[in-house]
Design a protein around this ligand. Structure first.
Ligand code: C2E
Ligand code: MG
Ligand code: MG
Length: 272
């Protein structure tokens, strides 16, 4: 067999294996919620001025029946394609409200909990009604929740979302833009959607000590955000050196393994 034929053959069989894994995961995901296979972990965020916990980010975990832990980076896109993200996202929100209530009951009402919201969820016509009904039923203060929206939405989708985020903010929710800098990075996001917080993607944090270009990009995101009165959270901070540079750049908060990995509910409450 010629080398090109061999490589093509290998590529096709890899694609087939990926496709069949996707099919298996898709099938299993449809019953995963009913089998209680999901749980959340909570990663602390540190306020760089006080050095204390300023918030948490709730991250979804899925343990398959065979015991395998599947990354949300792999299974969330499948649920976004087949619409399962709607019931799963609702379950996540309910769980996060309960976690936030537990923080409040222990006297930590100033600590916010971030929750990742997929654009597919936000595009649901009843998203606003559902989330407001939920916080009213559970007695959760909306300002204790931070809705994280990723930057991967198309610029054409901004107008519709601007109206929704305005209503959410009026109702008291706080809103963040996630993974900033790696998607479209359109300045119209910052203009139209009026975020409370920008989360700087780990991509730049990883490179900022080795490359001036990444550091300049971080510097400009922070400078612009400060002028617009938007807080900045650097993601994926793994070393003390990175922390010092981010503090120097006047980043407001950090999240990453240096401060803490994601924790269980119980561990998170005792971390405060
Ligand atoms: P994200 O929202 O940007 O979450 C941050 C990711 O970085 C998490 O991965 C977290 O565990 C990881 N991380 C945090 N600190 C460090 C660090 O210092 N080093 C390294 N190497 N990684 C770090 P995770 O939990 O695998 O989540 C991946 C993505 O899946 C999330 O990215 C988010 O986009 C999505 N996701 C997670 N939970 C949910 C959810 O409940 N709903 C939706 N729609 N998406 C979710
Ligand atoms: Mg996030
Ligand atoms: Mg992120």
């Amino acid at each position: 067999m010629q080398v090109t034929n061999f490589l093509q053959h290998k590529k096709i069989s890899l694609l087939r294996r990926n496709n069949s894994r996707q099919r298996v995961l898709k099938k299993e995901l449809s019953g995963a919620l009913g089998r209680n296979e999901f749980h959340l972990v909570y990663q602390p965020q540190m306020d760089l001025k006080s050095g204390r916990v300023s918030g948490f980010e709730a991250l979804l975990r899925w343990k398959r029946q065979n015991g395998e832990m599947v990354s949300p980076a792999e299974f969330v896109p499948i649920t976004e394609r087949n619409g399962l993200i709607i019931p799963i996202g609702h379950w996540v929100l309910e769980e996060v409200c309960r976690f936030s209530n537990a923080l409040r009951d222990r006297g930590f009402s100033g600590i916010r909990t971030g929750v990742n919201i997929s654009i597919r969820q936000m595009n649901e016509p009843r998203f606003f009604e559902d989330i407001t009904e939920l916080i009213e039923r559970l007695g959760t203060d909306p300002s204790s929740l931070d809705l994280e929206i990723t930057e991967t939405m198309r610029v054409e989708e901004i107008e519709g979302l601007a109206q929704l985020t305005r209503r959410l903010k009026e109702r008291g929710f706080s809103i963040s833009i996630d993974d900033y800098g790696t998607g479209y990075s359109s300045l119209s996001y910052l203009y139209s959607l009026q975020f409370d917080r920008v989360k700087i993607d780990k991509f730049f944090v990883d490179r900022m000590l080795k490359e001036n270009r990444s550091r300049h990009i971080i510097n400009s995101i922070i400078t612009l955000s400060r002028k617009l009165d938007i807080e900045t959270v650097a993601e994926g901070v793994e070393t003390l050196e990175q922390l010092y540079v981010l503090k120097d750049e006047q980043c407001t908060q950090i999240q990453g393994y240096h401060f803490s990995p994601p924790l269980s509910w119980k561990e998170a409450l005792s971390f405060c």
